[in-house]
Design a protein around this ligand. Structure first.
Ligand code: MG
Length: 259
């Protein structure tokens, strides 16, 4: 099943993507809240604007979870998972604009598989992690690389508005362990990896993160990026594609929101 969030005229809703049709869901796709029921309202996918498929309370991102990316950053895979938070206000949806902040001269893409949490949970054992996952989507962990190096802390470098594109929808019922993951900039391939090369598996990551903090429905975990990260410039189109999920397109602009 593919679950999208979309705007149709004045209304925002979740829906199940079924070929070219979107079937509206009553309420949300999180079972503890409502269970998934369709309303009977349908739209052609071209009639709606796809939005970020989820509005997380928090985004937990895992650093250096592909050995080839850890190497290109000049480091090693950490002994324990290394995590950081991106603010919920960084989230944007498909075809939305990534804004290049004036404070940075080096903004880079990081294609990542995103896990969408489906249930309130804490201290989840690895073998029960599948029970707390709603599904998976594409993410771009946009990073101001120069500020990351200067600050030491990553709150600013990872936290600008628009620095967390998600979409195009949440794919449920897929096996995330062996999926091709690609990033293109202006149709040139920059990252060409596979989730099989993650250092720590999704059950390991979710179990470990949930030993630290409570996860709530809609929370998003970014599982790290393969090698090939590189710059984004004004006017670029950046595309993250993950096998079995779909393609997330965004455009890059140096024009401020209020300009
Ligand atoms: Mg990352």
């Amino acid at each position: 099943m593919r679950i999208a969030r979309y705007r149709f005229e004045q209304d925002v809703a979740y829906g199940i993507v079924d070929g070219e049709q979107i079937r509206e869901i009553a309420g949300t796709p999180f079972p503890e809240v409502a269970g998934i029921e369709v309303t009977g309202v349908e739209h052609h996918i071209d009639e709606v604007d796809l939005l970020a498929p989820v509005l997380p309370t928090k985004i937990i991102a895992v650093a250096k979870n592909y050995a080839d990316h850890a190497r290109e950053m000049g480091g090693e895979v950490p002994a324990e998972p290394m995590i950081f938070l991106k603010p919920s206000t960084a989230v944007i949806g498909p075809e939305s604009v990534i804004r290049l902040p004036e404070q940075s001269r080096q903004v880079e893409h990081e294609a990542e598989l995103a896990v969408v949490i489906g249930r309130l949970c804490k201290d989840v054992p690895e073998h029960r992690v599948p029970e707390v996952i709603l599904g998976y989507t594409c993410a771009n962990d946009v990073t101001a690389r120069d500020l990351q190096a200067v600050d030491g802390q990553w709150g600013r470098a990872k936290g600008f508005d628009t620095f967390c594109p998600l979409g195009p929808w949440i794919a449920t019922d897929i096996d995330p362990d062996d999926l091709a993951i690609e990033c293109e900039v202006n149709e040139q391939i920059r990252q060409d990896g596979n989730t099989a090369d993650m250092v720590r598996s999704i059950p390991e990551l979710v179990a470990w993160i949930s030993s630290v903090m409570t996860l709530v429905p809609g929370d998003v975990i970014l599982t790290g990026t393969p090698a090939g990260v590189g710059p984004l410039r004004n006017g670029d189109t950046v595309t993250v594609t993950i096998e079995g999920i779909g393609t997330l397109d965004n455009i890059v602009s140096d024009t401020g929101v209020f300009a």
